[in-house]
Write a protein that binds this ligand. Structure first.
Ligand SMILES: Nc1ncnc2c1ncn2[C@@H]1O[C@H](COP(=O)(O)OP(=O)(O)OP(=O)(O)O)[C@@H](O)[C@H]1O
Length: 420
């Protein structure tokens, strides 16, 4: 058998910059935010104190990358001004309580020791304060994904006050909290909110021009010269800007388009590769949401809605969804929730971007009702559920023919609309 691997790569020169955790040398299109960020932290190099800053914005809008860059500048500036500064970064996605963050910080500050799970929290606080007092000066604790701490506010309350209440003598702590959860700020108690949100900086989603410039920067690092056709970056940027304005998603799309070209032995990456990549990325995202983020009850509600959408005689209204949902629960042997809980689940599915709700006028009878439709192709959803041994038993035997007819009729609607 000949080797199944492709020969030398004519498409990519390097893939490192596409990896999670890669730190770009340059941050593009965030000049204003960087200025604001620097102004918020200026008290440190000026020697006036360690402020608290709250950074928020949707996922993939450069909060972490910009923070790393600003901290680099801050460290250099502090060194030039002879100000002692220690920065500690904690990702709260993996450490979701005050205790876990403290344990992590203690281990960072004492690399030769190991503070085990179960060490008394007072011991951790004492050791951390001791270490910080010994280094002295300003300490910035960066809490990325701070919302993962949930309602556990102890850390956010105690750290910034440590000097004022005498826990620290020679050091002063400021917190930089980063979050993509807009509701988090509102869930904070007033006492924490007024401290942590002393200074706030919002990062908005990138528009198509900004994404073009970010993508071009990464394309120069990752693709071989002349491989990308002219329209690839503008198209990738436009598709992502319409959707989310998320740079991570745009980079993922660009990399996937390159992978497809490579796989097909094409020498150039073309617009078509981006379009195929887009449907692959969408597929993967939808699958991830369904399998990783939905509860089994939400999955059943989505399944009922999908079956009604592909059934030419079905209408995806709450009442009919609920009635089909109950049948599905019977089939797969799951508990049945009340109609109002199912309504809540429909809202959640909408929030995840899986469903859309359109108003439907009930005509002379008056009133309105909502009809649900799917954001993605039903086939993606059906195929995802088919991978689940239990859920696949919920499908009626006619599901494939329903799906086939649904796709044929959507195709013929499009054709008649475009007159082809
Ligand atoms: N302005 C930018 N210039 C260069 N690279 C960027 C820029 N914005 C984002 N990126 C890159 O896009 C990816 C996502 O950015 P980043 O992790 O900073 O987003 P985030 O807002 O912190 O997202 P999340 O909330 O999901 O953590 C990273 O690879 C980052 O390097």
């Amino acid at each position: 058998m000949d080797s199944p691997f492709k020969g030398s790569n004519h498409v990519f020169r390097d893939k490192e910059p596409f990896k999670e955790g890669y730190t770009p040398d340059e941050i593009l299109e965030r000049e204003e935010e960087i200025q604001e960020y620097a102004a918020a932290l200026q008290d440190i190099p000026d020697g006036f104190g360690a402020p608290n800053v709250f950074i928020y914005g949707q996922t993939g809008v450069g909060k972490t990358a910009t923070t790393q860059k600003v901290i680099e500048f801050l460290e250099a500036e502090a060194a030039d001004s002879g100000v002692a500064l220690t920065t500690l970064t904690v990702n709260c996605n993996k450490r979701t309580s005050t205790y876990k963050v403290l344990q992590y910080l203690a281990n960072e500050l004492y690399p030769d020791r190991h503070f085990k799970q179960g060490t008394h929290p007072d011991t951790l606080w004492d050791r951390i304060y001791e270490a910080l007092d010994e280094v002295g000066g300003y300490v910035i604790v960066i809490l990325d994904e701070i919302d993962k701490l949930g309602e556990d506010e102890e850390l956010l309350y105690d750290f910034p006050r440590a000097k004022a209440i005498g826990e620290l003598e020679n050091a002063e702590v400021g917190i930089v909290g980063i979050s993509n959860n807009f509701k988090f700020r509102e869930t904070l108690s007033q006492r924490v909110k007024s401290t942590l949100c002393e200074k706030e900086i919002q990062f908005s989603p990138y528009d198509a021009n900004e994404l073009r410039s970010i993508l071009s920067y990464y394309a120069d690092l990752t693709f071989r010269d002349g491989v990308l056709s002219e329209d690839v970056i503008p198209l990738t940027a436009a598709l992502t800007a319409q959707d989310s304005g998320d740079a991570r998603m745009a980079l993922d799309l660009l990399e996937t388009a390159g992978d497809i070209a490579r796989h097909e032995d094409d020498d150039r990456v073309l617009e078509d590769h981006v379009r195929i990549a887009r449907s692959e990325v969408d597929r993967a995202n939808t699958r991830d949401i369904i399998t990783e983020r939905l509860t089994s009850q939400m999955q059943l509600v989505l399944m009922a809605t999908t079956l009604l959408v592909i059934d030419p005689d079905g209408e995806a209204k709450v009442k009919t969804i609920y009635s089909l949902y109950k049948d599905l629960c019977d089939r797969v042997d799951a508990d049945t929730l009340s109609e109002s809980r199912v309504r809540d689940h429909l809202d959640t599915l909408e929030m995840f971007g899986l469903l859309e709700k359109g108003e439907h006028n009930l005509g002379r009878r008056g009133g309105r009702s909502y009809i649900y439709s799917l954001v993605d192709e039903p086939r993606i959803i059906v195929e995802t559920f088919r991978e689940d041994e239990r859920l696949k038993q919920g499908f009626p035997s006619s599901v494939d023919s329903l799906l086939g007819s649904f796709e044929d009729s959507s195709q013929s609607h499009v054709q008649s609309e475009f007159n082809v």
